[in-house]
Write a protein that binds this ligand. Structure first.
Ligand code: NAD
Length: 253
């Protein structure tokens, strides 16, 4: 084995939610390994574009609201127009709503399930159709969560969506492995991003969570670079349907 297996030069990666947080960290990590980036964004992706281009890689921004499946075919078309193909999809965009289950609204249920699960499925379908048409196969990496494994509190729709992502990762891998498509997921632990800002502002929760993480610290977007490059590269060609925790040991505890 050589480390060339991790090389992504000549590969094109579509990343949703590329403008900030974990999506930005993954975009920069894949670019460091050589990939060009089709960055799907809702808010200005200027900082991600700057970092990707400073590595000598191309960045093409695709503006899309992923609260419905309406833009999914266009995302694939714009990627293929710009780069002639797609090789990697990172389904990273996601939202969370916090509320007691007794009070949880249908609106917040639907919003979270739409972005985190429904659009993730239909974008995967659109990209997988492109992989099949290209005859190349490709990679799909879903961003799951600790809430793919645990219940959590105050986040019913988020836990339902992320548990769904774990199951979907398995079933899509089962169906698409024969097309040379690898479908896997990364389950980040507690990471320092906008998503966890309210948790980190609650001093007591912040300290009790930190004390339970064997690594003794919260994760950073950069912590996902290595696992994402592995799953996006030839090095993982026989890894199928698995959700890898990147959590500083949280689940092992
Ligand atoms: P974040 O809030 O910084 O990023 C979320 C991204 O999703 C943003 O780029 C946002 O623009 C995009 N997005 C949300 N709704 C969208 C929509 N309707 N259309 C287009 N884009 C939309 O938070 P993050 O922590 O970087 O989250 C990234 C992913 O990681 C999410 O799926 C989240 O659930 C998951 N995750 C985060 C943590 C954590 O501790 N931060 C842990 C586990 C999983």
């Amino acid at each position: 084995m050589t480390f060339d297996q991790f090389d992504l030069h000549g590969k094109v990666a579509i990343i949703t939610g590329c403008n900030t947080g974990l999506g930005q960290g993954i975009a920069v990590g894949l670019a460091e390994a050589g990939a060009d980036i089709a960055g799907v964004y809702r808010s200005d992706p200027g900082e991600t574009k700057k970092q990707v281009e400073s590595l000598g890689r191309r960045f093409v921004g695709i503006k899309a609201d992923l609260s419905s499946i309406e833009p999914v075919n266009d995302i694939v078309m714009q990627t293929v127009d710009a780069f002639s193909k797609a090789d990697i999809l990172i389904n990273n965009a996601g939202i969370i709503r916090r509320c007691e289950a007794l009070e949880f609204s249908e609106k917040d249920w639907d919003k979270v399930l739409n972005v985190n699960l429904k659009v993730l499925f239909f974008l995967s379908q659109a990209v997988a159709r492109q992989y099949v048409e290209q005859g190349t196969g490709g990679k799909i990496i879903n961003i799951a969560s600790m809430l793919s494994y645990q219940g959590g509190i105050l986040i019913s729709s988020y836990t339902a969506s992320k548990s769904g992502v774990l199951g979907l990762t398995r079933t899509l891998a089962n169906e698409w492995a024969k097309h040379n498509i690898n479908v896997n997921a990364i389950a980040p632990g507690y990471m320092i991003t906008n998503n966890t800002e309210p948790l980190r502002k609650d001093k007591q929760r912040y300290e009790s969570i930190t004390a339970r993480i064997p690594a003794g610290r919260w994760g950073k977007p950069e912590d996902l670079k290595g696992p994402a490059v592995f799953l996006a590269s030839d090095a993982s060609s026989y890894v199928q349907g698995f959700t890898i925790a990147v959590d500083g040991g949280w689940l092992a505890r």
